[in-house]
Design a protein around this ligand. Structure first.
Ligand SMILES: C[S@@+](CC[C@H](N)C(=O)[O-])C[C@H]1O[C@@H](n2cnc3c(N)ncnc32)[C@H](O)[C@@H]1O
Length: 420
């Protein structure tokens, strides 16, 4: 049953970008509001304990509310916080991170140090959805929690080169040889533009030629199919992205940190306090942390499952003349279970959203490295994993909230843990 409009005062922001209010013992979550605001909320979903709503009218606006910087804001599902000044966005995220560690992890954490940069034009990697039906072509992002496409002409959180690629793809979609149906374009902006097309249909060679002419910055284009295979259509298959003092070759489908202004800072705070004989770099990708670690340790062992990332990592070590890295193409849990090497001085881990998990967390703690640095993109899984490490004697020494995703609810954090 959908309920009638409710007037409520927003208490605080929560993970996911919504504002929380309490109404007759129930929690009410609403996007695009700010703490302290009195708002009329139209409930859209309800269960006995939780209501979700959308803003009908702002009765009393917060003094800090600002005009969003993008005309698609609140329709497009990409951003959550454009109505808040940037300094408030980072404060919300630091508070949410602390509260999540306390509530889910039952852990007392030091105040997060905020590492922030340029809040616009920062993204160096995006995925655009596209659809062609008859003569109509649309390209953009999905609405929040829906399959509906928001057609966009520009994305102000993305780099200028990505916006040029968006304009070029929009022109491409008007051509008669552009195939009907749904597609996704992933674009990485590094030394040039890397474009990966995910489409059921084949992507005709005439379109590849047209895109090369329309987009001189293009360095490689590949098609990816449902099984995750990559078929190179043109170019050498990779692009070079920079962070700090290092250059990284990144191939189609390989992860690279998305914020071109803060990637170097993320690497710096992660490795700054580390040095010694042996470090493990778990979930190493193309070597984002492996390379700086290799300059600080006599030996580094890197663990990664993705074959293309492992190839890039090998190439990245070779390009930097780094010879003290042993690469394991393996799943972290299996690597840790079988590990019988010397006790590492440090372990860096940067898992995907699913985190490390209980069993691997216990095994990691048993290995007994003096320092563990956990780089996380999801505070709730971070908190669960830290609870396991905390139970085995690790304590948090420093917490950083590195704002890789301004204007959005996403929270990247780096936690430095010491044993004993
Ligand atoms: C968040 S990315 C981090 C990559 C790298 N540390 C960086 O900063 O660029 C996570 C990486 O873990 C890899 N991965 C996913 N599951 C894995 C697993 N079970 N074991 C090892 N690596 C895994 C992914 O392929 C991806 O490269």
């Amino acid at each position: 049953m959908i309920e009638k409009t409710i007037e409520a005062r927003i208490e605080k922001m929560v993970y996911g970008g919504e504002g929380l209010a309490r109404v007759e013992g129930r929690v009410l979550l609403t996007p695009f509001v700010l703490p302290g605001e009195l708002v009329e909320i139209q409930p859209v979903k309800s269960d006995p304990r939780l209501l979700r709503g959308r803003v009908g009218r702002i009765v009393e606006a917060a003094a800090n509310r600002v005009e969003p910087g993008c005309r698609y804001f609140a329709r497009c599902g990409g951003c959550n916080y454009q109505h808040a000044p940037y300094a408030d966005q980072t404060r919300f995220k630091a508070e949410i991170l602390s509260e999540t560690l306390r509530r889910i992890g039952k852990l007392e954490a030091p105040e997060p140090e905020i590492v922030a940069g340029e809040p616009w034009a920062y993204r160096n990697r995006v995925q655009f959805k596209a659809v062609k039906r008859g003569r109509e072509f649309h390209i953009g992002y999905l609405e929040a929690a829906s399959n509906r496409l928001v057609d966009i002409d520009a994305c102000p959180i993305s780099s200028p080169a990505i916006n040029e690629a968006l304009a070029a793809l929009r022109d491409l979609g008007q051509r008669p040889d552009y195939p009907a149906g749904d597609a996704e374009f992933e674009i990485v902006d590094g030394s040039g533009l890397l474009v990966t097309v995910r489409a059921g249909e084949r992507f005709p060679a005439t379109l590849v030629t047209a895109l090369r002419e329309r987009l001189p910055a293009l360095v490689s284009i590949a098609r990816s199919d449902a099984s995750g295979g990559f078929f190179r259509l043109w170019g050498d298959g990779g692009v070079v992205c920079e962070a700090g003092a290092f250059k990284y070759r990144i191939s189609h489908g390989v992860f690279f940190q998305v914020n071109r202004f803060l990637a170097g800072e993320l690497a710096r705070v992660t490795v700054a306090d580390l040095s010694g004989e042996l470090a493990l770099d778990l979930y190493s990708g193309a070597g984002f942390f492996t390379l700086p670690l290799a300059r600080r340790f006599a030996k580094v062992e890197a663990v990664e499952t993705n074959s293309a990332a492992v190839r890039d990592l090998r190439a990245n070590c070779a390009a930097e003349k780094i010879e003290n890295v042993k690469i394991h193409k393996a799943a972290t849990a299996e690597f840790l279970a079988a590990y019988d090497g010397p006790k590492p001085d440090a372990i860096v881990l940067d898992p995907p959203r699913a985190g490390l998990g209980q069993a691997a967390g216990k095994r990691l703690a048993e290995i007994g490295a003096a320092t563990v640095v956990y780089v996380a993109c999801d505070p709730p899984t971070l908190a669960r994993d830290l609870a396991v490490l905390g139970g085995k004697g690790y304590r948090m020494e420093k917490v950083f909230m590195v704002d890789l995703f301004p204007q959005t609810f996403h929270i990247e954090s780096v936690v430095i843990l010491r044993l004993g």
